[in-house]
Design a protein around this ligand. Structure first.
Ligand code: NAP
Length: 249
């Protein structure tokens, strides 16, 4: 039997990049998937069609993860009309890179709201469903920069580091209900987020990666899919690095 058969998964920011690959991998492993997105409706629809071709159900959920009221309203709609969410991946994220002294309050707020507050918003709305079922999987997508830092990303590094503490604390709160909470921290992965970096910066990144290449969204998705499966029953409160050897603990 496929590892995620019978499960309903919500992946935030699933219209593109890493979230898209995770949603598709979950469906390959037998889950029905809720595809959250904010703007890329055509891409989300395209993914839903791909998932349906696999014989699984795909639902579109357009909402802004950085807006608590919108999150609560939409998660309630999902609960009432689709069912209990068993697997949550907090993946939606943005960057607003600039050196700290030039950083505008808005660059700070938008990045913190989208990358960190969203994790609080969506998880708080979804968790009661997992508590009821006495089973759940929460996987939060952080970043290698939470550990290494990166010039121009004080906002992003702060948000991604916040996810680590959040995960460790929540894992302890919900372990008794058989709900696991873990972090996946990718390094340099080829997506739209990294596509606009100047070639010079990209080449310098790659030079520093022991495996000498960027990762693919699918490679991240395989790890997330494992953590969502029954095979990962005894893993909680942990951080998993996936970065081609760039950062090791
Ligand atoms: P991406 O290609 O830019 O895709 C971002 C996704 O997030 C899109 O589906 C986008 O949806 C969604 N999104 C953004 N803001 C949203 C909001 N307010 N509400 C709902 N959805 C929103 O990014 P990615 O590279 O796949 O990154 C995915 C995650 O991995 C992020 O958390 C990122 O920080 C993390 N990460 C990425 C890398 C990397 O090298 N790529 C490395 C480490 C960590 P719309 O298009 O519909 O707006």
């Amino acid at each position: 039997m496929a590892e995620l058969e019978g499960k309903l998964a919500l992946v935030t920011g699933a219209s593109r990049g890493i979230g898209r690959a995770i949603a598709y991998e979950f469906a390959k492993e037998g889950a029905d998937v809720i595809i959250n997105f904010r703007g890329s409706e055509d891409k989300a629809k395209e993914l839903a069609q791909e998932i349906e071709k696999l014989g699984k159900k795909a639902y579109l959920a357009k909402f802004d993860v950085s807006d608590f009221e919108e999150v609560k309203k939409n998660i309630k709609k999902i609960e009432d009309n689709i069912g209990n969410i068993n697997i949550l991946v907090n993946n939606a994220g943005i960057t607003r890179d600039t050196l700290f002294l030039r950083m505008k309050e808005d660059d700070w707020d938008k990045v913190l709201k989208t990358n960190l507050y969203s994790v609080f918003y969506v998880t708080q709305a979804v968790l009661p469903m997992m508590m009821k079922e006495r089973w759940g999987r929460i996987i939060n997508i952080s970043s290698v920069v939470a550990f290494t830092g990166n010039p121009g990303q004080t906002n992003y590094a702060a948000a991604k580091a916040g996810i680590i503490g959040f995960t460790k604390a929540l894992a302890l709160e919900v372990a008794g209900r058989n709900i696991t909470v873990n972090v996946v921290a990718p390094g340099y992965i080829e997506t739209d987020m990294t596509a606009n970096l100047p070639d010079k910066v990209k080449n310098a990144f790659i030079e520093g990666i022991p495996l000498k290449r960027p990762g693919t969204p699918e490679e991240v998705a395989y790890l997330v899919s494992f953590l969502a499966s029954q095979k990962a029953n005894y893993i909680t409160g942990c951080v998993f690095h996936i970065n081609g050897g760039l950062y090791r603990t």
